[in-house]
Every structure is written in structure tokens, then in C-alpha cells.
Design a binder for this molecule. Structure first.
Ligand SMILES: [Zn+2]
Length: 40
């Protein structure tokens, strides 16, 4: 899944999930965190 902020494919899945149960990812390039619905 590419980063919605910088479109980088270099992302890492986080162990914690959002309150809605979505997996969260952090981008290795821009350091932002987002979930599968791009809420961050
Ligand atoms: Zn990014």
C-alpha cells in the first residue's frame, strides 16, 4: 500500500490499530502515519 501523502511504497505496518479496528501504517519516507482509509 502506497503512502497517501508522498506515494512512496516504502511503508511499514504498525502493530496498533485505530479505534475502528483498521491497521495503521507508517511511511519510511515522510514519517507520517495513516490507516487504510487515509484518516491521518
Ligand atoms: Zn509518505
Amino acid at each position: 500500500m502506497n503512502c497517501p501523502h508522498c506515494a512512496s511504497p516504502t511503508t511499514k505496518e504498525q502493530t496498533k490499530k485505530t479505534t475502528l479496528g483498521y491497521s495503521t501504517f507508517s511511511c519510511m519516507v515522510c514519517q507520517r502515519v495513516y490507516d487504510l482509509r487515509c484518516r491521518f
